[in-house]
Design a protein around this ligand. Sequence first.
Ligand SMILES: [Zn+2]
Length: 540
Amino acid sequence: MKDPRPVNLLEPVRRGPARPHLVTAAYHTPNGPLHLGHIGGPFLSADVVARHLETLGHPVARISATDSHESYILMTARRGGLAPEEVASRYHDEALAALTGLGMHQDAWPDMHRAPYRAIYHERSHATVADLERRGRLVRETEKLLHSSTTGQGLVGAFVQGRCPACGSGAAGSSCESCGLWFGPADLIDPRPVLPEDGTAEPRTVTSVFLTGDPRRFSGEEAARRFPPGYADLLETYVTHNGRRIRLNHPLGWGVPWRGGAAGDVHLSYGTGTYAAFSVLRDLYRTADPAGRDAFARDTDVVTIATGGYDATLPWMFVLAFMDDETDWQPHQHHIMNRFLLLNGSKFSTSRGHVIWAHDYLRAALPVDPLRGYLASLSDAGEESDFRTADFADWTSRVLAGRWDPAIRRALRDAAGDETAVPDSFTAEALTALTATADALRPPTTSPRAALAVLDDWITRAERGLAPGEPAPWLAVLAVLAWPLMPTLGTQLWTTLGRTDHPTLATPLPTRVVTPEAFEGLPTVTRSAVEALLPEAGGS
Ligand SMILES: [Zn+2]
């Protein structure tokens, strides 16, 4: 029997040539381990979109960094009696280990505290300021900022709390979790130190430096081109409260020292900090790309995608202020954002032990695919969602074991000895599903939840019955749809079809089952197993 006509769905789904991509997963502050709220947000969406692009034959570089100069690093260090470098590097490494364990590997994960990046990061921070100064884009202002009466450290970032100047909610540091606004350290209402050992708050005169944003670039319209619908409003609100400018330095005493500044005056980790970190990503991408492309040039043909949590929106937008006509630079072109994830109805909280750590999940050897699948079902750019441990366990047994597993086993059985050609009508259905996934995952409105719904519909297609010639290509399409969300499942299905690469449309779809035993079944997670991971429940 000769091979049937090859089924090639790449061109109709991809609708264009392969393009190089850079995917940056968050700009995470490494002041503690990653919990499922971090994982289900920016890290999952980055990995899902990267894998999806790879199924379409696009080359993808995963290059991300951590924000090790954030004030919360110093806060964690002071609370634990540690050096801030120690905190940042420890959790930087632990985050990478957790991500790798969850199938979310990174091609580069530079730590700005260690060689060779430390020197580059410092040098870029200084050079950026010198360049902006020369071009007249900086303004200096003398202002009174609060300092600790005991240590003399500036009460900025994580070290000061009070009420939000916009909405009046309780707020700490430079941002309000209720309304999303970012503001200056002098703007909090009723400010007071977070740490009792900081004594009282004493105003001292400092010189603050601000970057003025080019009105044509640092604008809601520019943000709207790069962020999901509705997000640009945050920048408009910021500009209303702060003007079209961003703060570049503060007296935190932790960070890149500000040249010519007073003792303790450092670069803010946002602003030049983010810009300098991105310039390191730019170097790393150029090195990784066989053609040596500049991913951040204004006319680049590299597609750049960043993911972040809702609270990171304004810091991501602040780098828009670095765009101007004299600099051949632009930020990431697409930003995939997500709202907070709750755990059993309330916020993740380290202090209350209301948290599930990624490393605990991995250490308990619980299966990764069901976790990724369930987190995908909760992903949302528009509103908060809730990881419910009982729902998670129920989903794995009812959906994965109850429906997906038997549908796959039946298809594997029916594919044995099936030599029928793939019906054209079935190819059209496959094209519809694959196109729906491409639409669901296209940035910046990328929705792993919508992609999971397409995958579930594809299972339903088999539950309705597969005709001769359909089971093997159904499995092949399932592998392509599943691999971004649940890589183990995708890989196993692809292996049953005799393939050793990752699921892809770049080559004709395999249409024969060769090694059905490669499918090991869909694992479930019991409620007691996942709830044992809650520290508040007396688990690990
Ligand atoms: Zn607020």
